[in-house]
Design a protein around this ligand. Structure first.
Ligand code: F6R
Length: 615
């Protein structure tokens, strides 16, 4: 939520910051702003709307000279999206300017206190309170900006990644982090500041990722020194070499990131299991699992915590773990788990799933589980993310950057990792025979080429999308392994096309949703051959006899459902437990095409943000 960018060095800051904001727009896009400093004057421009709107406004409003600057793209938490609430925010004197990603929870009492001292607030934001708190401390104690920031941050409760500079200090930007990500790119006599490395990847491969409660005064031409906010102690900073490349964060000829990411799935799934799935040797190699095998084998149960699409991947994993490794599994929304006083013991293994690795609720749930003695294993995509660092061990999905707000390749790669863990555990427990183990490995290895085949349904799916794009409601049904896929299909449609959709276990339909069925409501049924096929066929008949319209996802060569359904989309045959990796593909494409046909902003759907760093 919210993207922040900053630059200090020898180049013009504006083009770097503007491009950086465009790359970070997936994090929030209801307003944007920029502040540049040319050594004499601060030039600030901000607006409700997208970074393109900001660019147009800047062209009219300010001259863009300056080698120091900060920029922000916002996902509103305090105060509606409008020009005034957009960042950057000035302090009352106009001497300090700040950008902020996060929430200051105790901003109300701090604001009241500052008001009694004569401070006036133009916006409804918590951020304007923070910059004035810093100003107040700096003025009263007559100290440098860095020190004032440190004292102020010790008074705030909440989460932040901030960048702030002072009109009287043309050579420094102060940055700090707690709960929201912040990277410092290190170039030759220049520094880049950003929520992730994408804004500066073409300038440097070296970056420091601040840890929670760390801050730095980034000075032109000087080394970066990192300090702990609570006690001001110096920290040994670790300069990481970035693995990201420019191609990964550009659209590469696709009209949208979402489509590019849907099409990347064969590769992404392959990258997820490369070096880990070794069918010829009959081995699954995952160091995070191997090193902690005792924990997995002694576990009474596995608790999976996640949000949104990652939670759906967790639901698929529940079936896989129970089926293959014969262990009890619970899957919980991180947001419910963290506030529910859950029963957790030292014999529980908690698996936290998160694409971004920054989701606030998942992070809080991990901390709770750890505090109660559980071993927590992370499944993340973003390397070095907060969740990857907070968990006791983990495995990366290696899906590459996912930029479209609607998660696609994250889902299938998460399922891939979880399948590997379940298989490894099953082998160690002896709940799977060696021939079955090999068979599963061989089938998993074939998934990328089968996803490739599933993607060939694109043109057909696009025609179906055209027929049903004006429907007001959709129902998605699946059973067993395909039930979470139905939930995921419905979520994809809701979030990018704004059409109401519900996912349901097919058999539950007759306990309520069947009342909704009529000729105007399409039902998407996942009816693959293995797993409750006959039952699903009965469910389809029930819908047809009530004039319902059926779009069915079937196994290649299906005959029965083909006769009943209005439209069928085929996917290749695979093992029942691997079916979600294929059945999800046409559902992603369906939501994508409907959203495009309706003229929606596919990559940046309204009200959503890619990483939800607030609860
Ligand atoms: C849906 C979507 C969200 C995320 C959820 C969790 O397409 O993207 O539902 O899945 O916000 O995010 P992560 O996986 O980053 O924790």
């Amino acid at each position: 939520m919210c993207g922040i960018v900053g630059y200090i060095g020898h180049r013009e800051a504006y083009p770097i910051i503007l491009k950086g904001l465009k790359r970070l727009e997936y994090r929030g896009y209801d307003s944007a702003g920029i502040a540049l400093y040319d050594g004499n004057d601060i030039k600030l421009s901000k607006t409700k709307g997208k970074v393109d709107d900001l660019e147009a406004r800047v062209a009219k409003e300010i001259n863009t000279e300056g080698t120091l600057g900060i920029g922000h793209t916002r996902w509103a938490t305090h105060g509606v999206p409008n020009d005034v609430n957009s960042h950057p925010h000035y302090s009352n004197s106009g001497e300090l300017v700040i950008i902020h990603n996060g929430i200051i929870e105790n901003y109300e009492p701090l604001k009241q206190e500052l008001e009694t001292r004569g401070y006036v607030f133009k916006s409804d934001t918590d951020t304007e309170v923070l910059v004035n708190l810093i100003e107040d401390i700096k003025k009263n104690e007559d100290i440098m900006l860095g020190k004032a920031v440190q004292i102020a941050l010790n008074q705030v409760v909440g989460a932040y990644a901030i960048a702030v500079f002072d009109r009287s200090k043309p050579n420094e930007i102060v940055v700090a982090r707690l709960g929201s990500p912040l990277a410092i790119g290190i170039g030759e006599d220049e520094f880049f500041i950003a929520s992730d490395a994408s804004p500066f990847i073409e300038y440097t491969n070296n970056a420091i990722y601040l840890e929670d409660e760390e801050m730095a005064v980034v000075r032109r031409g000087k080394d970066v020194k990192i300090r702990k906010i609570p006690d001001d102690s110096l920290v040994d900073s670790y300069v990481q070499e970035l693995q990201l490349n420019l191609e990964q964060i550009e659209k590469g000829g696709y009209p949208h990131f979402m489509l590019k990411e849907i099409y990347e799935q064969p590769h992404a799934i392959g990258d997820t299991f490369r070096g880990r799935l070794l069918p010829e040797e009959a081995i699954i190699k995952m160091s995070g699992v191997e090193d902690n095998m005792k924990k997995f084998l002694n576990a009474n149960r596995i608790i999976i915590i996640a949000c949104g699409t990652s939670w759906h991947a967790g639901l698929v994993a529940e079936y896989i773990f129970e089926d293959l490794a014969r262990i009890q599994v619970e899957v919980d929304y991180a947001s419910e788990f963290r506030y529910r006083n859950p029963v957790i013991t030292e014999n529980d293994v908690v698996i936290a799933i998160s694409q971004s690795g920054e989701t606030a609720d998942t992070l809080a749930a991990i901390k709770l589980a750890k505090s109660r003695g559980a071993f927590v294993f992370g499944v993340c995509n973003v390397v070095g993310s907060s969740i990857a660092r907070e968990t006791d061990a983990g495995a990366y999905t290696h899906a590459g950057p996912e930029i479209g707000v609607a998660s696609t390749k994250a889902f299938t790669t998460q399922i891939t990792i979880l399948t590997l863990i379940a298989l490894r555990m099953a082998r160690a427990k002896g709940t799977i025979s060696s021939s079955d183990f090999r068979h599963h490995m061989i089938e998993l290895e074939m998934i990328p080429e089968k996803v490739e085949i599933a993607l060939k349904s694109d043109a057909l799916v696009s025609q179906i999308a055209d027929i049903y794009k004006n429907a007001k409601n959709f129902l998605y049904l699946g059973r067993g392994y395909n039930f979470p896929v139905a939930l995921e299909g419905a979520l994809k449609l809701k979030e990018i096309s704004y059409i109401h959709a519900e996912g349901y276990p097919a058999a539950e339909m007759k306990h309520g949703p069947i009342a909704l069925i009529d000729e105007n409501m399409p039902t998407v049924v996942i009816a693959t051959k293995k797993g409750h096929y006959d039952k699903i066929v009965s469910n389809i008949q029930e819908i047809k006899s009530r004039s319902g319209v059926i779009i069915a996802i079937v196994t290649k060569g299906d005959v029965t459902v083909k006769e009943l359904a209005d439209h069928v989309i085929e996917v290749p045959e695979t093992l029942e437990c691997l079916a979600p990796l294929l059945t999800t593909i046409p559902l992603q494409l369906l939501s994508y095409h409907i959203a495009v046909l309706l003229g929606k902003n596919v990559d940046q759907p309204r009200n959503l943000a890619k990483s939800v760093t607030v609860e």
